[in-house]
Design a protein. Structure first.
Length: 291
């Protein structure tokens, strides 16, 4: 019966398949073709095989960009997860003015990245920024991010945490609200301390949501571009460049479309490997909870 109904369903499924082909499959195949050739503006592409991939992997600038990306991802995502988890537990405990605070916490997610970067550039301006002046008044060190690469990386990490914290928070908050209150009451009656209730009840039941939040934030953070490009453009001297900015520079500054396409596929494969690992962990946790 399914085989007989298939010709009738094909016209209904065709628009979806055409959309997927035109938006995902065709551009992906085209990028693969670009990555196997050497081309630039006004030049026809010449096949070079895996030479572009080898050139990217052996490029010291790519090594620096990859190192910066990994540092940003590891620091920003885990700090964001810790803050988001703490805020989710705090909100679930029934703090006053919860609705007002919930709107305030979710507000950064509604702000455009361009506006957020402009705002942070003003707040942390090394000469006249309000936060810079406040830190100087308190005798604390300032973030001289326009000259110091380490300070610039710290500011980029703070900015991306502020921008994407609402995403992590809302996932963890929803997961915490889904935990039955009867389990906490039973643990309290059995004499469990708050730390024991957190370790034995909260963390195991929120485990899948934590893994999902980490998965999405790792993938999004690995593709970080706007915050770095709008704030430092990879400077000073390409010291704060990340992989996405490296790709942009190869394509639009150096007009090296082959190495740019190779970099794009390296990013895609890295994201897929990362996602596969987290999906494996998530499946194990779900199966463990089911048994």
């Amino acid at each position: 019966m399914r085989a007989k109904r298939l010709p009738q369903l094909l016209p209904l499924l065709a628009p979806v398949h055409i959309l997927i082909l035109s938006v995902i499959v065709v551009p992906s195949v085209y990028v693969i073709w670009l990555s196997l050739g050497q081309s630039s503006f006004g030049q026809s592409s010449s096949f070079v095989g895996w030479r572009n991939y080898l050139a990217v992997i052996s490029d010291p600038a790519f090594h620096r960009a990859l190192r910066n990306t990994v540092v940003l991802v590891v620091v920003a995502v885990h700090v964001e997860l810790a803050i988001g988890l703490g805020m989710a537990l705090l909100f679930a405990s029934g703090i006053p003015f919860r609705r007002f605070l919930l709107v305030a916490v979710l507000a950064p997610y509604a702000v455009s990245e361009v506006i957020a970067v402009v705002m942070w550039r003003f707040l942390f301006d090394p000469d006249a920024g309000p936060i810079t002046l406040m830190l100087q008044a308190l005798g604390l060190p300032i973030l001289d991010w326009s000259f110091e690469p380490t300070h610039a990386m710290i500011l980029i990490a703070l900015l991306t945490i502020w921008l994407h914290l609402p995403f992590t928070f809302i996932i963890l908050y929803a997961a915490r609200l889904a935990v039955p209150s009867d389990l906490y009451e039973a643990a309290r009656i059995d004499g469990a301390t708050p730390l024991q209730r957190f370790r034995r009840v909260t963390l195991p039941l929120m485990g899948p949501a934590i893994v999902v939040a980490l998965l999405f934030r790792y993938i999004f953070a690995f593709r970080i571009f706007s915050e770095v490009w709008l704030l430092t453009q990879g400077g000073p001297a390409r010291s704060t460049e990340v992989v996405a900015v490296y790709l942009y520079q190869e394509a639009f500054s150096f007009n090296a479309f082959g190495t740019a396409a190779a970099t794009a596929w390296i990013m895609v494969l890295s994201s897929l490997l990362l996602a596969a690992g987290y999906i494996f962990i998530l499946r194990k946790q779900v199966n463990a909870n089911a048994h």
